[in-house]
Write a new protein. Sequence first.
Length: 74
Amino acid sequence: MNNRRKEIAKFLCGGEAFHAVTHAYLFVSGTQLTVMGITTTPTLNAVSVLLSTAITIALGIYAWRPLSPRDPSR
């Protein structure tokens, strides 16, 4: 079961990395986008880049760290 969770975390890590890169592009290009009534401002894009990057790093650490030697699911 632990391997399945790590594989799901790897998938979500990639999706979140794409999300961070998309907001970084919008921030750098200065593009404002309105989706479902929410307009992305440069401030919102900057905050989204930081949060998405932090989530990506956390998921990556969880997904790719080696299993501990005492892990019973090995």
